[in-house]
Design a protein around this ligand. Structure first.
Ligand code: DC
Length: 228
């Protein structure tokens, strides 16, 4: 029987990783995991407890005691923090900022690494994030690095937030995305970078379907090569 693959997707904020990853996983019949949701979920807890995100001791305690679950439903994944559904609260600009801040802390990344690796131990997974192809699964079967022009990414994120009724401004959204990219790329632990063997896709001039088609073709090619 064919072995099921591990597909890693990395890239900066709003580069289309979640939208493309979800559709690629659906077409392959694979599990889709958005690793950023774990950092956002812990960020939610940090805020709910009034903890200073720069307080190492408090952060370590929270990351060891907080129970984060991903529950599949017919409407997509629900993220539970200590059994409370926080899915709808995780995509705000404030949560993005806190998540990027705590994600640069090795005390937070270590437990996350274990959770993420455990979720893919049988293969058949599409996981997206910032360090999936470089740190979480350096042996992933297929790696992608998605990117797009910052203006295009900012517009996508702006439209996503505006559709949720959040009070956002396009220029501020672009600036926040670029600030977060700098933070993700310049941190010492697991910085965002393209793995040498990742397939780079710039989605600036592509539709979502075109991106997904390219990715599925690459995975199918690899699947065939492995089973031969
Ligand atoms: O993908 P996202 O926007 O939901 O991620 C939120 C933050 O979490 C992002 O700024 C950096 C961090 N993150 C990370 O450091 N490593 C990952 N694998 C995924 C996310």
């Amino acid at each position: 029987m064919a072995r099921e693959l591990i597909v890693a997707i990395d890239g900066p904020s709003a580069s289309g990783k979640s939208s493309a990853g979800t559709l690629v996983a659906r077409r392959l019949g694979y599990l889709y995991v958005e690793s950023g949701a774990f950092y956002r979920a812990l960020g939610w807890k940090v805020r709910a407890c009034g903890v200073d995100p720069a307080d190492d001791a408090a952060l370590q305690k929270l990351s060891e005691t907080t129970v984060i679950d991903v529950v599949r439903t017919s409407n997509g994944a629900k993220i539970l923090v200590d059994q409370r559904d926080v899915t709808d609260d995780l995509r705000t600009p404030e949560m993005s900022r806190i998540a990027a801040q705590i994600a640069s802390n090795p005390l937070v990344r270590e437990p996350m690494l274990k959770i993420q690796r455990a979720m893919a131990n049988t293969g058949g997974v599409v996981m997206e994030g910032r360090d999936i192809g470089t740190v979480v699964f350096p042996q992933a079967d297929v790696k992608f690095y998605l990117d797009a022009d910052p203006g295009v990414r900012g517009k996508r994120r702006y439209q996503e937030l505006a559709a949720k009724g959040l009070p956002v401004d396009l220029q501020t959204t672009i600036e926040e995305i670029m600030a977060r990219d700098r933070k993700d790329m310049n941190r010492t632990v697991a910085p965002l970078r393209k793995a040498d063997d990742a397939i780079a896709i710039d989605s600036t001039g592509l539709t979502l379907d075109e991106v997904v088609d390219r990715m599925v073709v690459a995975v199918e090619r690899r699947r065939t090569a492995i089973t031969r």
